[in-house]
Design a protein around this ligand. Structure first.
Ligand code: FES
Length: 113
């Protein structure tokens, strides 16, 4: 378990994804309109596109290339052409620090809200 500081909460703009790299894992961090912080794998499973360059709507991020939207909660694509999920990472907020363990993804049973 290697929990690391990914960024500061104060660095995150609402609905504006931030790409970070932790231990070689590209991660897309999003603070949604409700102020909740999510962390998912940054690479779209349809192509080598950074999801942090995409568009956030509610609790999804849309890949700009071909329009697949991924759930920030489950990592699942909600529409084609992507059909494989991206990993979801547990986020811990400690003061202003966004802490993530990039080596551990959230099991499916814990992803459902
Ligand atoms: S590369 Fe993301 S939907 Fe095609």
């Amino acid at each position: 378990m290697t929990v690391a500081r990914a960024c500061g909460v104060s660095e995150l703009e609402q609905d504006a994804p931030l790409k970070v790299e932790l231990e070689g894992h590209p991660i897309c961090i999003v603070k949604d309109s409700a102020g909740e912080v999510f962390a998912i794998g940054d690479t779209c499973t349809h192509g080598n596109i950074s999801l942090s360059e995409g568009f956030v709507e509610d609790d999804t991020v849309e890949c700009w290339a071909h329009g697949s939207r991924f759930s920030l909660r489950t990592g699942q694509p909600l529409n084609l052409p992507a059909y494989e999920p991206v990993p979801v990472y547990a986020v811990t907020i400690d003061g202003d620090d966004v802490l993530i363990d990039p080596t551990v993804t959230v099991p499916t049973s814990e992803k459902e809200n």
